[in-house]
Ligand binder design. Structure first.
Ligand code: SF4
Length: 1021
């Protein structure tokens, strides 16, 4: 009881007068947030506090620094307030404000003739937005093939590597089994991908004592709490994975039964060197893939698996056995057994050997090829150790630990389930090893194969969607390859026959002309980058400037800071954006850009369409795009306006006059009369994006949101549009989630319960099992084309490249920049042709250090740049190097140094850090700013001492023959960078290069005083 005279204390006061639950957009994780509002007595409600939503499936109440600082994003002085029309030279940042009607009429006047003349003259490229389900569809309706989202310069190697291998991928497509995994390997994961979900998961692992291994040249963020840090040399992750695979094969510590049940280990590959069918799967007359059945099903199989791996000479790898006996390829056993359909279940297929098919051709099981390749001594720990910078005994130990965790843990979940073939099981056997990987391994020119190597490693351990392993998040897994191919031709109404992005199945799906030359402005889906599933944002400005393969008229961009931190070769990119032809016209005639803030790219636009903040509009976080599902449930979400922007004061005190880009896009589409966006009488079909979210159907019953569909809102997944759908989401804190039934939670690729559930919700077309592809036939089809087979063959200049890099099994090669700069230096010294000594080891390397950027936990790319609270964590960056590296190069802590690559030089301040392997230097990405951008002060530390590594990174290879990108997918090879360093002169005290400040007005420091009035009001209550 409270003693008399003591004041009554409210120990848990309400943070505000009103609360709205929506979805965070301070990074790409899409956590649920509760935005608390309070009347501030001046402009109405203001944000008092942002809280993590405890009920939300993504973050379960956790909020990171970025999420909390969303207040400063919403009130950032750098917000754009009205449409802008350029008045000065492009690139200066000089504009006049115009009304929306004028802006939309102007945009329509540029776009309408293009659609009439040739829709491909519009290049529409978006950054890390979350509305690709709309933007891709809009481009399809416009009819341009020149559309892409940000994945090409982000992590398409990861996505494509996974989707072409096991029908899923890391991050937004899957997650470690946080409840059961005993061993987690983080490959190349920086702090931003992903954020709160992985933090929650890592906390569970730490509490349980599971081991976490971080493979990364830099130990920061998640690596800092890992039990073991492996400071790998950048670009050698694939080689490390091969050595682990080598050891697992050598020890016979692999899950052969898993590989035959769920993957294509037993599928027969035709061996016919030089033949048109070499390397393709052997098929019967009806097109069914064949295997070699060597024995009838073992009687003891009982109600278990009838289709089990057969290699009579060897024990199954998942048995007890680390007996050191490698599974040796056995000689052909013609006469024993017979060919059979690989999908038959009453057989015992061979996984090694060579066989003669009924038609006389020779063929080998996929696993035979795997054993042949990765048991080669070149992949032994001793052989790769120096190259990877990892001691051989560490590699061997990690392989043993992986095997022990996978096979000796005896994880069994007592969950009865039925497989895709109708057989019942009374438990689920686990393989508690999981992996998570991100841009560190994928942003290399060997990234696609490195990602495939990781997946091969997972598959050999039986560690995909088994209890304790990596788990699919619905709507994944998907068929391999995904059925949607990129659109190629225009229909009579001008629309494209399919979405502009997709998954090629073979050479016939490429977007090339009759001479094999690129049809897209970014050269995606050409022979140079055939599997560029997300397009190639990083090539579009160079090519648009050069008119390669043709000039475009308008570049339309959204949320992509392409004149700064999102561009390689940043300095020249700015020149391309402003360059004029001999007649004085800009070589890229029109640039339309939409952004919420005065970023560097805004200065290069002719017309700026100001976007809202994420608290001022509707958004759909759709299962058709990048969902927020978890392994136990399918989920999607919305954002809804916490504020009407017209009620919000801008930086200069005036009410804001901004519109959500998605609504603007639909408005433009209606003005252009695009099919799907207008009624028969030409009137707009959709009022705005919110209306589109509710009423648009991609296929009958399938819309952007899966929850509360149907006339009465009682259907989920598929159903007619429900006019009250958004309200139902708002009432449910902004999200919808459907729980995967317990018996359907693992082995989703071959779990009848899951496949039926997924089909009902529209995630898969059938309940047929999805066979995981250790060996990729689509890749072999490209290789055959390069070897001169088939009607679609690459032009001569691409043949060797395609034949080399389209290997159906993962390969490793030195990243292009390392190899080519080394070869060029060798040539300079010896005069030998650089090509001839391509793989030569030239010591010292002319650029002896690797250089990488890490994404900070506290800012997401450049999004936090103007955030007054996040800037207090870091307003400038340093180049971090190991003290031993400093000593070697005569550099002291805090010295200014010149960093040189084959492409350029920057001058930056050095800082010693012990968290990096000595052969690598690193920095935070996107902290450095162009002076004047984001309305920062002209002498702000971001522009004065901060810097971008991008100035060192070329957008083309050192040889200049291709984009600085992966040869399979076209992903930007950001992390291939090689540099040299030397101490700068003593009078240097600012970073270089320096560019003229942009013309945006400087903001004052008022946001730092934010909240005073609200606090005072709270105290008065
Ligand atoms: S992790 Fe990302 S989405 Fe989640 S609260 Fe932080 S910034 Fe927001």
């Amino acid at each position: 009881m409270r003693p008399p005279n003591e004041p009554a204390l409210d120990l848990s006061p309400s943070p505000g007068d009103e609360v709205k639950a929506t979805t965070c957009y301070m990074c790409a994780c899409r956590c649920g947030i509760k935005v608390w509002l309070q009347d501030d007595g001046s402009q109405g409600k203001a944000i008092r506090y942002i809280q993590g939503n405890p009920a939300h499936p993504v973050n379960q109440g956790v909020l990171c620094a970025k999420g909390a600082a969303g207040i400063m994003q919403h009130y950032a002085p750098s917000r754009l307030e009205k449409p802008l029309l350029r008045v000065g030279e492009r690139g200066k940042g000089e504009f006049r404000e115009i009304e929306w009607e004028e802006a939309l009429q102007l945009a329509t006047s540029w776009l309408a003739p293009i659609r009439e003349r040739n829709p491909d003259e519009l290049a529409f490229f978006t950054g890390r937005d979350q509305s690709q389900a709309l933007t891709g569809w809009w481009a399809q309706q416009f009819g341009t093939i020149n559309y892409a989202a940000h994945g090409g310069f982000c992590s398409v190697n990861m996505a494509a590597g996974g989707l072409y291998t096991f029908g899923g991928s890391f991050w937004e497509f899957g997650e470690p089994d946080w409840e059961h995994t005993q061993y987690l390997v983080l490959w190349g994961v920086a702090e931003d991908h992903d954020s709160n979900p992985i933090k929650l998961g890592l906390g569970k692992l730490k509490a349980r004592g599971a081991k976490i291994v971080a493979v990364n040249p830099v130990r920061s963020g998640y690596g800092a709490i890992a039990d073991e840090w492996i400071g790998i040399r950048p670009g050698t992750d694939g080689l490390f994975a091969f050595a682990l695979i080598h050891e697992l094969l050598r020890m016979d510590r692999i899950d052969l039964d898993y590989l035959v049940r769920y993957a294509n280990a037993h599928w027969l590959v035709v061996r016919n060197p030089g033949g048109v069918d070499d390397g393709l799967f052997a098929r019967d007359a009806d097109g069914h893939v064949l295997c070699w059945a060597v024995a009838p099903p073992p009687a003891e199989a009982g109600g278990g698996w009838e289709r089990v791996a057969s290699d009579p000479a060897q024990p199954s790898g998942s048995s007890d056995g680390a007996d050191g006996t490698p599974p040796q390829p056995s000689p052909a056993v013609a006469g024993e057994g017979a060919q059979a359909r690989a999908d038959a279940i009453d057989i015992s297929p061979a996984v090694v050997g060579e066989y003669t098919l009924a038609d006389g051709r020779r063929a080998v099981p996929v696993f035979q090829l795997i054993a042949e390749r990765y048991l080669d001594p070149q992949y032994s720990p001793e052989a790769v150790s120096e190259h990877c910078g990892i001691p051989a005994d560490t590699i061997a130990r990690i392989a043993c630990e992986l095997a022990q965790a996978a096979f000796d843990s005896n994880l069994r979940l007592p969950i009865a389930w039925t497989d895709a073939w109708g057989r019942e099981h009374d438990e689920m056997v686990g393989r508690p090893v999981s992996m998570h990987a991100m841009r560190g391994i994928s942003a290399h020119s060997n990234g696609f194969h490195t990602c495939r190597a990781l997946h091969l490693l997972q598959l050999l351990l039986g560690a995909i969607d088994a209890p304790g392993s990596f788990r699919y998040q619905p709507p994944y897994p998907k068929p391999i390859p995904l059925p949607n191919r990129p659109g190629k031709t225009r229909k009579a109404d001008g629309t494209l026959d399919a979405g502009p992005l997709g998954y090629v199945h073979g050479p016939e799906d490429l977007l090339v002309d009759e001479h094999g030359q690129p049809r897209r402005i970014d050269h995606a889906f050409s022979w140079a980058y055939p599997l560029s599933a997300h397009g190639m944002m990083h090539t579009v400005i160079r090519n648009a400037h050069a008119g390669d393969p043709y000039p475009i008229d308008t570049l339309l961009m959204f949320m992509a800071n392409m004149s700064w931190n999102s561009a390689m070769n940043t300095g020249q990119t700015m020149q391309w954006l402003t360059d004029r032809d001999p007649d004085g016209n800009y070589r890229i005639p029109h640039i339309i850009y939409s952004d919420a803030f005065a970023s560097e790219m805004v200065a290069y636009a002719d017309l700026v369409l100001p976007d809202t903040t994420y608290l001022e509009r509707f958004d759909a976080i759709s299962l058709l795009d990048r969902p927020i599902s978890d392994a136990d449930g399918a989920a999607d979400a919305i954002r809804h306006p916490v504020f009407d922007p017209a009620t919000q004061a801008g930086g200069d005190g005036r009410k804001r006059d901004v519109r959500g880009f998605q609504s603007v896009l639909l408005d433009l589409g209606a003005r252009l009369g695009l099919p799907g966006m207008v009624h028969a009488d030409g009137s707009p079909k959709y009022r705005d994006y919110a209306d589109y979210i509710v009423r648009h159907e991609r296929a009958p019953g399938v819309g952007l949101l899966a929850g509360w569909r149907g006339e009465h809102g009682d259907q989920h997944g598929k159903g007619a549009p429900n006019p009250g759908q958004l309200q139902r989401y708002i009432e449910n804190d902004g999200f919808w989630r459907a729980e995967v039934p317990e018996h359907a939670r693992y082995f989703k690729m071959a779990n009848r319960g899951y496949l039926e559930w997924a089909q009902k919700l529209g995630f898969v077309g059938s309940t047929a099992p999805i066979v995981l592809q250790l060996y990729s036939e689509p890749l072999q089809k490209f290789r055959l084309a390069a070897q001169g087979h088939g009607p679609h063959q690459p032009p001569p200049e691409h043949r060797e490249r395609v034949a080399t890099y389209f290997d159906p099994l993962p390969i490793w090669y030195e990243p292009f920049e390392s190899r080519q700069t080394e070869a060029a230096a060798h040539h300079d010294r010896t005069g030998e042709a650089a090509q001839a000594v391509d793989a030569a080891k030239f010591h010292p390397h002319p650029f002896p250090l690797h250089a990488v950027t890490q994404r900070p936990m506290f800012m997401y790319h450049s999004w936090g740049s103007q955030n007054a609270w996040l800037r207090q964590i870091a307003a400038r960056n340093y180049l971090y190097l190991h003290p031993d590296t400093g000593a070697k190069y005569g550099v002291a802590d805090d010295d200014w140094i010149t960093v040189t690559s084959h492409h350029g030089s920057i001058t930056v301040q050095a800082k010693f850090a012990g968290n990096v392997q000595p052969g690598t230097v690193w920095s935070w990405n996107a902290i450095g700013k162009r002076r004047g951008a984001w309305r920062l002060a002209k002498d702000a530390p971001e522009g004065d001492k901060g810097f971008l590594m991008n100035h060192l990174i070329s957008d083309i290879t050192p040889r200049g023959d291709y984009a600085n990108a992966d040869p399979v997918t076209g992903q930007a090879a950001w992390f291939d960078l090689r540099v040299d360093i030397r101490k700068a002169s003593d009078d240097v005290a600012a970073s270089r290069p320096r560019f003229a400040p942009l013309g945006f007005a400087e903001a004052d420091e008022a946001p730092l005083r934010y909240g005073g009035a609200l606090r005072a009001k709270a105290y008065r209550r």
